[in-house]
Design a protein around this ligand. Sequence first.
Ligand code: GLV
Ligand code: GLV
Length: 321
Amino acid sequence: VDKRIVVTRTVPESALDVLREVGEVHVCTQDRPLTPAELREAVRGAHAVVAMLHDRIDADLVGAAGPQLQVVANVAVGYDNIDVPAVTDRGVIVTNTPGVLVDATADLTIGLLLMVTRRLGEGERLLRARQPWTFRLDFMLGTGLQGKVLGIVGLGGIGQAVARRARAFGMDVVYTGRRRAAADVESELQARFLPIEELLGTADVVSLHCPLTEQTRHLIDKPALAAMKPTAYLVNTSRGPVVDERALAEALRERRIAGAALDVFEREPEVEPELLELDNVVVVPHLGSATTETRAAMVELAARNVAAVLTGGAPLTPVRS
Ligand code: GLV
Ligand code: GLV
């Protein structure tokens, strides 16, 4: 019998060709995330599920799919939407898409860094509001990056790619994480490891590149924000719940830090309304990996993972619990 492959959201055609060679493909074409009930219904009888980062995949969903389910391929590097131990305990392989989105996400991070330190969103809003202005030596001044310290939380593939770009801008790099990076990575990036408290007190820009886990949820909370310099900026392209959004809004309102640039939000797609009132905040709608090339590469990698598993091979990029 043909294997049933369920894709929870519209994906680029190129990936569907890979999937159609190994099974019968069902794409959910509604223009929004499936509700939990719709997702349960959609996966019934599936051998493979190509999932998005907004799909909650847990023991219950695996049960709804049925015992024939072999693989869940997440189209994202982050997999906090998946209860990996519960899913793998039931014999289902989980895969993600590491590597292919490193450059796109690092580029976006630098874009946000420039937006917030050079007040680009504010400048754009001024012109679009048809406000009068003239060139003036002290008009809309931002902060230069040269000689400033970038503090990277999580020096994985994306963190390293951001550090490399920041070095090209003349920034110094410090980092923190669960463990030290390899010696050659540290020496290439001239990156110094610091415990998080020290990093927060040292960095002129703190940029988050860790996964969302129970250890990193609200890592940037009220005390962490208080440890940052009043002149420092926060950039988040990782996962929203790594930051306590209410505490952040309060710190920004009271100018206890200089600004924040956010690609991800605690209650996505909702954005803490107060953040939208503040001029020292840049917000974009989860665009880290949003280039045509990168999205195609992500979904193709997910498809190749599915094809490998359904044809009895080893997955290319499995997630281990
Ligand atoms: C996107 O946020 C991803 O994890 O790939
Ligand atoms: C992403 O692919 C990472 O390794 O950080």
